[in-house]
Design a binder for this molecule. Sequence first.
Ligand SMILES: Nc1nc2c(c(=O)[nH]1)N(C=O)[C@@H](CNc1ccc(C(=O)N[C@@H](CCC(=O)O)C(=O)O)cc1)CN2
Ligand SMILES: Nc1nc2c(ncn2[C@@H]2O[C@H](COP(=O)(O)OP(=O)(O)OP(=O)(O)O)[C@@H](O)[C@H]2O)c(=O)[nH]1
Ligand SMILES: [Mg+2]
Length: 446
Amino acid sequence: MINEPRALEARDTIAAISTAPGRAAIAVLRISGSAAGAVLDRIAGGRPEPRVASFRALRYPETGELLDRGLALWFPGPASATGEDAAELHLHGGRAVVAAVLEAVLAVEGVRAAEPGEFTRRAFLAGKLDLAETEGLADLIDAETQAQRRQAIRQSEGALSAIVDGWRDRLIAAMALVEAGIDFSDEDDVPAAARAQARSEIALLARDLDAALADTRAERLREGFRIAIVGAPNAGKSSLLNALARREAAIVADGPGTTRDVVEVHLDLDGYPAIVADTAGLRATDDAVEREGVRRATAQAADADLVLWLRDPASPDGMAAPLTGGALWTIASKADLTPALLEWADRSISTRTGAGLDDLVAALGEAARSGLGDDDHVGLTRARHRDAIRAAGVELRAALDQWEALPDEFLAERLRRAATELGRIAGRVGVEDVLDRLFASFCIGK
Ligand SMILES: Nc1nc2c(c(=O)[nH]1)N(C=O)[C@@H](CNc1ccc(C(=O)N[C@@H](CCC(=O)O)C(=O)O)cc1)CN2
Ligand SMILES: Nc1nc2c(ncn2[C@@H]2O[C@H](COP(=O)(O)OP(=O)(O)OP(=O)(O)O)[C@@H](O)[C@H]2O)c(=O)[nH]1
Ligand SMILES: [Mg+2]
């Protein structure tokens, strides 16, 4: 363990610009590690009072050249974001200012450039955050809509971890009942009653885990509600995409067969994220490129949470409804040309006059809201969470199936394995394989 890389890495002091790259009004340079105080001593003329911003001349150490005048902050560990000694320099955000101060900081003995997510990794290693909370922080930075932000901040503050810990506590309580049987194997009555009680508690827990797995709303909120626009060539699909996006995202033209690739647009529907895909018109064709477009269109429809099947009443398409795992709305297009509402259509729109578009957007917002969960819903947000719960469920089912036949020790072992699987979610166990991938997805300076 002497050469354990993480232990060595934790001794370096790291520095990075934490604000977005490029010219800006202000840039924040963060430093974390045992040399953070020395950086302030050498560049900012000393360490300010802890956690209070102080306006300082920032100078190159050897030459004393003035690089910038900015704010310096000093956060002695362990009461800092990373748990280590930490410092910040708030600079004027010009490229040359940032480059000069960063160079001066990196020239201080023991300081190196931070890797993506490395500040957060240190906060995790210091026990400031668990793994699910850390994922919540990553999601917070990636959040594009208000519902995504609310979900991410809840997870970063431990809402998901608390639910999983609750399951784990119930599991451990049931395990204790079974283990009581191991200790009191002479007194027959105690173990039989305890085993029966443990069994019913495990059965309830297994059902709760299944319900959590079946509820995909939180993961879909993180990723966005998927809407696919499909229909015959020339039905007006790309025109609808552009109307929803309020920009010319896809090419619109008079003839059929205009769109071949999938064109995606991100929408914010009243705080709920949606990804709308415009697709190639569905038809049989000899053109290999168009055929691939049709294949992709069909795949988009199959995967969508909601399919908008667009049909022009003036050009009957004779199509069967597209197949999808989600909801299907049939929409009559070009209502300016065929105003009467047709009995096969759920609604009608015209991108030419705008008729029906506000209603459609409102309905899409409602569909996204109910498909993605309401404001205080807490659920599984990543495949990793589902994998752990599924694995825990497998152990619980195996235990339940053989409950009467299994000796106490084997039963307890099954339950212990289930608890270990649940423990992965908050990173209480088995985190190493997850950490590198997660932190690589962070920005540098986070
Ligand atoms: N300038 C600046 N703004 C920022 C950050 C930052 O690092 N710097 N953050 C970067 O993510 C976020 C704030 N996160 C932070 C998290 C913990 C602590 C901290 O000092 N924690 C101590 C003390 C807590 C307390 O006094 O309540 C601790 O946990 O012990 C600071 C910032 C968002 N805004
Ligand atoms: N009058 C009228 N014309 C429309 C309307 N929407 C689209 N069009 C016209 O219909 C034609 C085809 O529109 P697109 O949006 O390109 O149709 P598409 O379904 O994307 O067609 P493909 O990509 O070829 O499958 C264009 O000439 C549009 O201007 C509408 O609401 N009213
Ligand atoms: Mg098109």
